[in-house]
Design a protein around this ligand. Sequence first.
Ligand SMILES: Nc1ncnc2c1ncn2[C@@H]1O[C@H](COP(=O)(O)OP(=O)(O)OP(=O)(O)O)[C@@H](O)[C@H]1O
Ligand SMILES: [Mg+2]
Length: 207
Amino acid sequence: MLCIAVVNLKGGSTKTTSAAYLLHALVESGLSVLGVDADPENCSLVRWSDLAEWATPVVGMPVKDLHRRLDAVTEGFDAVVIDTPPMESGRGIVTSAVRVATHIVIPMSPTPMDFDRLGAVLELVDDVGPLRAAPPVVAAILTRVVTNSASAEVYRTAASDLVPVLPARVARLERFAQAFGCPIDDALNTAYGDALTQLLDMEVARP
Ligand SMILES: Nc1ncnc2c1ncn2[C@@H]1O[C@H](COP(=O)(O)OP(=O)(O)OP(=O)(O)O)[C@@H](O)[C@H]1O
Ligand SMILES: [Mg+2]
């Protein structure tokens, strides 16, 4: 089963927004998808789904043994999208999500601070490697990209030395900034739709 975990070191790095849009892009592709909110503090994915009355289910599972417990709730689903807490406060939960994920997505802004955090995330992914049956697909995605700025390509090039960076880039837009609590329509026609296609086309390999 396809299992996408969205992870990053810090809070406010667009994990929940990315998880929400990837989830809806999968649903719009015709898959039966379960959202898993593993963030014990914010519970933003569950809250968003409640407020917006999403048709697709989201369960709260902020647990360090997600890799053991996920099977019990995913029967009948084609795919799972896991929103995680920041690694720095929820390392055990993120480790567990990384352990169970087939695909790991690291959203990052094209900024020196987000680039600086990338190494710590990849270190955790590497550390979890021996606990997994098979290696995951790992990719970064540039989010909150300011249109016509040079930074996206600068940080794409820099990050590409560490991890594949999806060609799709998510612009800094009111559409995403104001999305929390609202229904999500047409996710496939956003950059997240392109990102999903690119992610699912990727081979399991890191440079
Ligand atoms: N593409 C975008 N353009 C503009 N604003 C965005 C974009 N994506 C996310 N945001 C905004 O950035 C902020 C952080 O996003 P989000 O809540 O998804 O991050 P997070 O990593 O889940 O944070 P936390 O760790 O606190 O749960 C939110 O206010 C969100 O609306
Ligand atoms: Mg969040």
